[in-house]
Every structure is written in structure tokens, then in C-alpha cells.
Ligand binder design. Structure first.
Ligand SMILES: [Zn+2]
Length: 345
């Protein structure tokens, strides 16, 4: 068992699903399992269930894991390994998930914002394997992001850097969950596309095919726009416009080799990619525009599991470099928790 490839356990804590797998250094995922989060059960029930999924994944993979990588939506504190209050997990306040995982599995653990982990996953194993600088956006229920700059994952002071969903695209515009108005997320997330569509149907929906639907989802807008529905085409065009505006700013700021777009909304494929690529190429400053390409993500639904694995491998490298690899506690030790700072990133 110990002679197999280097492996880490990945735990991805989403608002709707938990995804767990063992990731080897080649980026492959083994014994992947996905369960509904059932967040109404609260962390006291969900965390043990998540760790049980982890133990089963390790057993099923037949691999010895050297670390645990955990990805979760923010806000969180990656430096202390604490979930401070993820927006998608009500009641998970100041939960020391890294301490808990280290005690449960007996190996070092590390926590990363899920979009940050996704960025590293795409950089190391996905669409940006050959890039040096890349920005990543996941456009899904919300919009998250992350950046790799000159080969190094940008984490920020507390591990939440790269919140590209909250760049402003319309001053004084639509309200956003973060408290400001006019953020990208308030227009172009799947949730916001659907909400804008429902508002537009209520205001001026006569004659639109969207008015015939019991409830309008983002993918309905894309399909109706492609079929020539004028209202849907307006909605989709505004989505492309705000997204291109934000991406143009990011291209000007970072001058990345690649802008990688993932998440459910990007299943719209060329209907999103082709116009966004054209607009960014036309609007970005010439040197950055020539250097940067917008592409779709390569890892699909496994991105956060693979990304958390990449974060865990980085953590092991860091521990090896500082000679601290023996600092992890014994499994399920009932005694003192690991010293504060023992798992700082
Ligand atoms: Zn915002």
C-alpha cells in the first residue's frame, strides 16, 4: 500500500453536494464519491459524514494518503484552517476544519477557497497546464475566481484573493450578496441570469418564449436566444457584455497567458466563448490582448477535488522544505490539538 503513487485525500464541501476522492500526483482522481450536503443537518452531522466518505475513499483506492486538501466556498481563513462563515453553509461559524481533519486522518491538512483550488487544479492539470500566468473564473450559482501569477498560486492575506465575481461592471447597478451594487456576480452568475430573465418576463415578456415556461433558468435564456427570441437575446447579450467588461479589466491587470472559464454557465459553450473572446480581444490593451486567450476549463465537475489535491501536494512540498513534515498529529488523538500555527500556509 505504501509503495503506490503519492496520493492525497480531497474533500470538497459545497452547498448542495460533498465530493470526495483520492488524488494522485498525476492529477487523476480515485474512488470519487458525491453525496448531497443536506446542509440543514449542520456541521455536527455533516463533518463526520464527510470524514466517513474520506475514510471509504482511502480504503477503496488502496492508496496511502500523505495529506488532506479541503476546498470550500468563502469566507474562510486558509492560514488558520478555519471556516469563518461560508455564505453557502449557514451555521458553519469559526469551524476549525483543518484541526478536525488532521485529527481524523493523522496527516497534515490544508484549506483553500474552492475557486482558488479550482484555479490551481486547472493550472496544474487542466486547460492551463502550459501557462505561466492565468486567471480562472467559475461561473455557476455564484462567481468565484483565482489567479496563478508567474507559476505561483495567488492566495491573498487570508486565502480569499481572486474574488472576481465582485468586480464592478455597472456602477450603482443591481444589488449583490456582498452588499455592493453592480458586481459581475449580480448579472452573470447562473442565479442572476435566471433572476434577470424572470424580471424581464414580468415587465415585458409578451411574445417571448420564456413567458411560456413555468420557471426560467439560465440555460433556458441561452437556448431561447439561440432560437431567435428577442428578449432572451437581449438578456444574453447583456450577460456577455458584463462578462467581457470584467474579463477585459482582468486581462489588462494581469496580462495572463490564459483566461480559463469554468462552472455550469459555461456549458453554453461557443454561445459564450466566441463572443466573449472577440470582445476581450477588441477591448483589452493591445499587448495584453495579443498575449491572452480565453478558453473553457478542462477538468469539468471534478475541478475542486483535483484542485484541493493540488493544494495538498503543495502543502506537502512546503512542509518538506521547512522540515516540518513530522508535525502532524497521530490519528484520532484524543489529547491536545495540533499547536497553533503548525499548519499555517
Ligand atoms: Zn458583490
Amino acid at each position: 500500500m505504501a509503495n503506490g503513487p503519492r496520493a492525497v485525500l480531497s474533500l470538497d464541501i459545497g452547498g448542495t453536494k460533498l465530493a470526495v476522492g483520492v488524488v494522485t500526483e498525476d492529477g487523476r482522481t480515485h474512488a470519487l464519491s458525491v453525496e448531497p450536503t443536506r446542509r440543514e443537518e449542520g456541521p455536527g452531522v455533516i463533518v463526520p459524514r464527510l470524514f466517513g466518505m474520506g475514510q471509504r475513499a482511502i480504503a477503496e483506492s488502496g492508496l496511502a494518503v500523505e495529506a488532506v486538501g479541503i476546498s470550500c466556498g468563502g469566507p474562510l481563513d486558509a492560514t488558520t484552517g478555519v471556516l469563518t462563515g461560508p455564505l453557502h453553509l449557514p451555521g458553519w461559524v469559526d469551524l476549525p476544519i483543518v484541526d478536525l481533519a488532521e485529527r481524523a486522518f493523522g496527516v497534515p491538512a490544508v484549506l483553500a477557497n474552492d475557486a482558488t483550488a479550482g484555479a490551481l487544479g486547472e493550472f496544474r492539470y487542466g486547460a492551463a497546464r502550459d501557462a505561466a500566468t492565468m486567471v480562472y473564473l467559475t461561473i455557476s450559482t455564484g462567481i468565484g475566481g483565482g489567479a496563478v501569477i508567474d507559476g505561483r498560486l495567488h492566495r491573498g492575506a487570508a486565502g480569499n484573493g481572486g474574488e472576481f465575481g465582485h468586480v464592478m461592471v455597472r456602477t450603482g447597478g443591481r444589488p449583490c450578496l456582498c452588499g455592493r451594487r453592480g458586481c459581475l456576480e449580480g448579472y452573470a452568475s447562473g442565479t442572476s441570469i435566471a433572476l434577470r430573465a424572470r424580471e424581464a418576463v414580468a415587465e415585458r415578456g409578451e411574445g417571448s418564449s420564456l413567458a411560456q415556461l413555468p420557471t426560467v433558468r439560465a440555460e433556458d435564456v441561452v437556448a431561447a436566444a439561440a432560437a431567435g427570441d428577442a428578449l432572451a437575446a437581449d438578456l444574453w447579450d447583456e450577460t456577455l457584455d458584463v462578462l467581457s467588461t470584467a474579463l477585459t479589466d482582468l486581462v489588462n491587470v494581469f496580462e495572463p497567458d490564459l483566461v480559463v472559464l469554468g462552472g455550469g454557465v459555461t456549458r453554453s459553450g461557443d454561445a459564450l466563448l466566441v463572443p466573449v473572446r472577440e470582445r476581450v480581444a477588441a477591448d483589452a490593451l493591445p499587448p495584453a490582448a495579443a498575449a491572452s486567450t480565453v478558453v473553457l476549463a478542462g477538468l469539468g465537475d471534478a475541478v475542486c477535488v483535483v484542485g484541493a489535491g493540488a493544494v495538498a501536494f503543495d502543502r506537502l512540498d512546503q512542509l518538506a522544505a521547512t522540515g516540518a513534515a513530522t508535525a502532524a498529529p497521530a490519528p484520532t488523538a484524543p489529547t491536545a490539538p495540533p499547536a497553533k500555527g503548525a499548519h499555517r500556509v
